[in-house]
Design a protein around this ligand. Structure first.
Ligand code: PHE
Ligand code: ZN
Length: 862
């Protein structure tokens, strides 16, 4: 294909600077659905009003729709036309009633956007631009409407009919059908519209709000899943209370419903009064859900609930402002989770996931600012940068303002922008005004991509100690030159001899390329603790010795900094081992032993602290990633740690053996440490390790222990391995969420035959690309398996590309999300890089490529 033809076929980029107010507003809409999986008739009545003085026609977005009829003010219109997918209607007055009718086929909707069928039910997903696949509408978040919804459906197949807002009326209809009407009194953008029809049962409850209103709560699932909904319902009540206590935000409708669906592109969706969830973030019981699942369910339930204020009551003006709702809401759910258990462990987990997903994104071809300047397909911008880095920005502002002013600022923001579609700038301006601070330079966090790097050098010279700080922000695509950022760094000095703090903790705002701090008359040699609590999302190079890091891992009073010191010590040790082939690890072994046996530490913290950094994070520290050398060095260190500390691991394992499942921070911590210890016992090569793992697997009364035992066996060579894989499969046959774990555990195996095993699993009768969870469990997990994916043959790359090309035909949104691992080619040796590029080129050249994949793959080639 010639360049000119590629350019002609290339989808257009949308630019933030091109934002214009909507030409027409739609204060009210009535929707009438005649639901049927094969052919659903949608009648829409829009009350439209001209916005400002202009003579432009009404443009209603559509995607795959055909207008069966168009009426203006009750009369069949003749003068409408199609402009591509959109319906264009010239109008003479300033206010009109528009009626349209379309027929759609939910059962043929494999993209899972718009109205689709999943396990016998019908449901919708509209964010970001799915509403236009249901009916013609100005499908943009700054058009807010009051919705009235009427649904008619077969009563036997779809006994439950739900939509946003409050139920108004219901009744029988002809031919075994019935109808229901729902009204949502709160104006909302189309992306928050939802309906669900299905054969569902509800776990119900109620919540009395701070002003004494009673809200009816319902978690809707298929009947067999009902026993698995208590945890989600409980989390919902905790979230409602927490948002009142911490942000003063009360729920505003009489009902709040959640529906679990099996086929879902993301985690969950915050539709007003009717959240729709991926069933993996609702369903839990001890036999099928891990502690990770339980925690994630509570976090996602909280996240979607919190959107009722940060997203729904105050929504986004345009999709470039996506982090306005997502960054803030992630920050809110992180704070909620921190308040439910160990705040330190929660912070460690959040930083680990930021480093695993956002840092590489920020350092690669898909790097973009938290408030992007352009996109081709907005679905590609539901990223770790928008969500997790966005949350770090809110956290930094909260740190700079302090808790009281931060609360005053969020109050101001909610009050001022309630009922409107706002911008990131509106949020920052509220912080500035209520906080009494100047955030002028801080705003660069919204516009500059890339992870800032800080170097910190502590030099003690007689009575004077100097801390030299310097920052740089690396170039990113489209942004070759960067300005200095405002980096809030929490700092404290500790005495090497006494182990005691030599200073108070201080918050340093590093806002210049270089800055120096002085300390006078410190009584002994000082060790630097910096970026405590991970106060800024940056990479710190503090030039500290192994002895200093070991010291901090034992003496720092900030638990995150303690964890961080150990991580840095592990990283330094591993990077030295990878690059030189050997490494001195005496300081590390002692530090791990000390942490493991420190009676003052809780088990969840110990488990996090003694875990080695992942292969991919080690690779991120290197100029050219050598996956084989990293794997060997990490395995060798794991074996040494396992061997040298075997009695300690066994003691930790025994001490953490719980005999009855309980979901509490202490019990979770015990299981976490037990499974980490099991991994080290296996790494030591101990003869009984496989029996230990199998016994745990077999006798477990909970999924955390069962999957932990399985994972250890799956990485090993014992004959018990196959037995466990089979037993697990038999036990959970028919349970889709647990079979996902079965696929995922095998795809993540560190064995050298994993590539072949995964190719085979892709042909397993239970494997399907049609279900996003299943696709991610095998293909997504495999593509982050550094050893197998990067097999020197290039077969791992080819496997993933084949799967993505096939998946793109069904579900472009989910396929496009899986491109980034192939896009990391620049980080690898020439041979691997060429093979990865080759697969990206094959993707770009495949016929009928979606714009989702086009954007991800072409940007990844640059
Ligand atoms: N807005 C949802 C959330 O974070 C995510 C989502 C985006 C879900 C797009 C579906 C489609 O909370
Ligand atoms: Zn969200």
């Amino acid at each position: 294909m010639s360049d000119a033809r590629i350019a002609a076929a290339a989808p257009q980029a949308i630019r933030r600077e091109d934002y214009r107010q909507p030409d027409w507003l739609v204060p009210e809409i009535a929707l009438d659905f005649d639901l049927d999986p094969a052919a659903t008739r949608v009648r829409a009545t829009l009350h439209v009003t001209r916005n400002g003085a202009h003579d432009r026609a009404l443009v209603l977005n559509g995607d795959g729709l055909e207008a069966a009829s168009v009426k203006v003010d009750g009369v069949a219109a003749q003068n409408w036309r199609m402009d591509g997918q959109d319906l264009v209607i010239p109008l003479t007055g300033d206010a009109h009633t528009i009626e349209t009718e379309v027929v759609i086929a939910p059962e043929r909707n494999t993209q899972l956007q718009g109205l689709y069928a999943s396990s016998g039910m019908l449901c919708t997903q509209c964010e970001a631009e799915g509403f236009r696949r249901i009916t013609f509408f100005p499908d943009r978040p700054d058009v807010l409407s009051k919705y009235k919804v009427r649904m008619t459906a077969d009563k036997a197949r779809f006994p439950v009919l739900l939509a946003n807002g409050d139920p108004i009326a219901q009744g029988p209809a002809e031919g075994g059908r019935h109808w229901a009407e729902w009204h949502d009194p709160f104006p909302k953008p189309s992306y928050l519209f939802a309906l669900v029809a299905g054969d569902l049962v509800a776990n119900t409850g109620s919540f009395t709000t701070m002003s004494g209103r009673e809200v009816q709560l319902g978690i809707y699932v298929r009947a067999p899943d009902l026993p698995k909904t208590d945890h989600a319902l409980h989390a919902l009540k905790l979230s409602m209370k927490w948002d009142e206590d911490v942000y003063g935000r009360e729920y505003d409708l009489d009902v709040f419903n959640i529906v679990a669906v099996d086929d879902f592109n993301f985690g969950a969706m915050e539709n007003k009064g009717l959240n729709v969830f991926n069933s993996r973030y609702i369903l839990a019981d001890p036999d099928t859900a891990t502690d990770w699942d339980y925690d994630a369910i509570a976090a996602v339930v909280a996240h979607e609930y919190f959107h009722n204020w940060s997203g729904n009551r105050v929504t986004c003006r345009d999709w470039f402002q996506l982090s306005l709702k997502e960054g803030f809401t992630v920050f809110r759910d992180q704070s909620f989770s921190a308040d439910q258990g160990s705040a330190a462990v929660k912070r460690i987990e959040d930083v680990r996931s930021l480093r695993a997903s956002q840092f590489p994104e920020d350092a690669g071809p898909l790097a973009h600012p938290v408030r992007p300047d352009e996109y081709i397909e907005i679905s590609n911008f539901y990223t770790a940068t928008i969500y997790n880095k966005g949350a770090e920005l809110i956290r930094m502002m909260a740190t700079i303002l302090g808790p009281q002013k931060f609360r005053a600022a969020t109050d101001l923001y909610f009050d001022r922008f309630d009922g409107t579609a706002a911008t990131c700038e509106d949020f920052v301006a509220s912080m500035e005004e209520a906080g009494g601070v100047d955030l002028g330079q801080f705003r660069r966090w919204y516009s500059q991509a890339g992870t800032p790097r800080v170097s910190a050098n502590l030099v003690q010279d007689g009575a004077t100690t100097r801390l030299a700080l310097a920052q740089t922000v690396p170039p990113t695509p489209g942004q070759p030159v960067k300005e200095p950022m405002v980096l809030p760094l929490k700092i404290r000095l500790f005495g090497e001899k006494s182990g005691a703090p030599l200073t108070d903790e201080q918050l340093v705002l590093l806002d210049k390329p270089e800055q120096e701090l002085r300390f006078e008359g410190l009584p002994e040699r000082a060790v630097l603790s910096i970026n405590r609590g991970f106060s800024a999302p940056v990479i710190v190079d503090a030039n500290r010795s192994a002895a200093d890091l070991a010291f901090l891992s034992a003496h720092d009073d900030d638990p995150f900094a303690r964890y961080e010191a150990m991580q840095q010590l592990m990283l330094d040790t591993l990077v030295a081992a990878v690059t030189t082939g050997k490494g001195e690890h005496g300081a590390l072994i002692d530090a791990v032993r000390n942490t493991l046996t420190d009676p003052s530490l809780d088990r969840a913290f110990i488990a996090e602290a003694v875990l080695l950094p992942s292969d991919s994070f080690i690779g991120d520290q290197m100029a050219v990633v050598d996956p084989d050398a990293i794997f060997r060095a990490r395995e060798a260190l794991r074996a040494d740690l396992g061997n040298l500390l075997e009695p300690e691991w066994r003691a930790a394992y025994e001490g953490a053996r719980a005999n009855r499942f309980e979901y509490s921070p202490a019990a979770k911590g015990a299981r976490r440490l037990k499974n980490v210890a099991l991994g080290y016992i296996a790494a030591s090569g101990a003869a009984d390790a496989a029996e230990l793992a199998y016994a745990q697997f077999d006798a477990a009364d909970n999924m955390t222990d069962r999957q932990g035992g399985l994972a250890t066996l799956v990485n090993g060579t014992s004959s018990l391995r196959e037995k466990a894989i089979q037993a697990f499969y038999q036990r959970y046959a028919g349970n889709a969420l647990v079979l996902d774990k079965w696929f995922q555990t095998q795809a993540l195996s560190s064995r050298d035959d994993t590539l072949a095993a995964v190719e085979k699993l892709a042909r397993h009768p239970d494997f399907t690309l049609a279900n996003p969870n299943r696709a991610r469990a095998l293909v997504g997990a495999f593509s982050i398996n550094q050893r197998a994916f990067h097999d020197p043959s290039g077969r791992g790359y080819r496997f993933v590309a084949d799967q993505l090309i096939a998946l793109d035909k069904l579900n472009p949104q989910t396929a496009a999300k899986l491109v980034p691992p192939l896009g990391r080619w620049k980080r690898f040796d020439a041979d691997r890089a060429a093979k990865m590029r080759g697969e990206l080129e094959r993707i770009v050249a495949s016929p009928g490529l979606s714009k989702d994949m086009f954007e991800q793959a072409t940007k990844s080639l640059d």
